[in-house]
Design a binder for this molecule. Structure first.
Ligand code: FES
Length: 76
């Protein structure tokens, strides 16, 4: 008899954001961004899609190095 290995699901990137939706899509008006805005790429922010600094705790716990996407308006 061959033993069957249980498949262990890989950890999910998105732990808690809009889990009721089939896809998380964010739309923003570029005019609302202002001079600077930081967008979350760790999926741990309580203000998702904006960064709230939660990546620091995630990086410490997971020994990871993720950080936000910074959008800067050139003030020429
Ligand atoms: Fe996710 Fe900062 S909180 S990148």
């Amino acid at each position: 008899i061959l033993s069957r290995r249980k498949t262990v699901p890989k950890p999910k990137v998105n732990q808690s954001i809009q889990k009721e939706d089939s896809k998380v899509v964010t739309q923003m008006d570029i005019e609302d961004i202002g001079d600077k805005m930081a967008f979350c790429r760790c999926w741990r922010s309580k203000k998702f899609p904006l960064c709230d600094g939660s990546h620091n705790q995630h990086n410490s716990a997971a020994r990871d190095n993720v950080g936000p996407l910074l959008l800067l308006r050139n003030a020429d």
